[in-house]
Design a protein around this ligand. Sequence first.
Ligand SMILES: [Zn+2]
Length: 49
Amino acid sequence: MTISVRGSFNKTKCSVCGEYVFDRYVRMKDGKSVCIPCSEYEKTVLIER
Ligand SMILES: [Zn+2]
């Protein structure tokens, strides 16, 4: 059990969508930091409205 560790949740900017995501949810793709949605849906989903 750790006592309040504020500031331990760093955020990184996703190089695809530009959103800031927690480091633990960031994935490296081609040397770039991307969020999970961007890394998994890379070319698959083009949402049509
Ligand atoms: Zn993203």
